[in-house]
Design a protein. Structure first.
Length: 227
């Protein structure tokens, strides 16, 4: 050893020298490496005022005896904390709480993302006034939101249409007896794309009998990326 241990640490090292062959071998190796330094510096007792000078140089008001034992004390305290069941219980609870908070936050973020429209179509009247809004979402569904009241005469209904391919022609998404918010079923249709047409026409009760719009177009618009 280099003579830098004292108290409990020195006692432990001496015990290991006697009982642990591996430790003794390591000490022997280090002694050999520092042999030249040992020969150039003969052993000498420490000056009694050394600790006082150390305290003065670091501006410490800790007594020398406490300063000498500070490092071993910190090690013992850390060791006690490391082996404390209460410490690990508190740490585990804190980690679990953090994980739950993260999961909840992620869940809200995913819900918010799912509720943000991907594409929107502002439906305009013949007077170029906004009358409805179609919002489409990442999961494929869509919603119609009226922006103004629409008068529906007796014996007539509002029919919602979409057109993504002129060769295919418009496809009915259902009828309404009055202008109101409603979900649009697009599950069996190709995924909504930019510039896809949505429109609402006035049709006979039960909807168009031809599979194509027959009444006047009350409002229409094409999809674009949501801001």
């Amino acid at each position: 050893m280099l003579g830098l241990l004292e108290g409990e640490e020195a006692t432990l090292a001496e015990h290991l020298l006697e009982q642990d062959a591996g430790f003794a071998q390591l000490v022997s190796g280090w002694r050999a490496r520092f042999a030249e330094l040992d020969e150039t510096c003969p052993p000498a007792p420490l000056d009694a005022s050394l600790w006082g000078r150390i305290e003065s140089s670091v501006g410490s008001h800790i007594p020398a005896a406490k300063l000498r034992s500070a490092v071993p004390f910190q090690r013992r305290r850390f060791s006690t904390l490391w082996e404390s069941l209460d410490f690990w219980r508190v740490t585990g609870l804190a980690s679990a709480a953090a994980a739950i908070a993260l999961a909840i936050g992620l869940g809200f973020a995913m819900q918010a993302a799912a509720r943000k429209p991907v594409l929107v179509a502002v439906l305009l009247t013949s007077a170029n006034q906004p009358a409805g809004l179609v919002s489409t979402f990442a999961d494929g569904h869509a919603e119609l939101l009226p922006l103004q009241a629409v008068e529906v005469p007796a014996g007539r209904v509002l029919e919602i249409w979409t057109l993504w391919d002129p060769a295919r022609g418009p496809v009915s998404l259902g009828t309404l007896d009055a202008a109101r918010s409603v979900g649009l079923q697009l599950d069996n249709l190709p995924r909504t794309a930019p510039n896809q047409l949505f429109e609402i026409t006035l049709e006979p009760t039960g909807g168009s009998t031809t599979g194509r719009p027959t009444g006047p177009v009350l409002m229409k618009g094409t999809t674009s990326a949501a801001l």
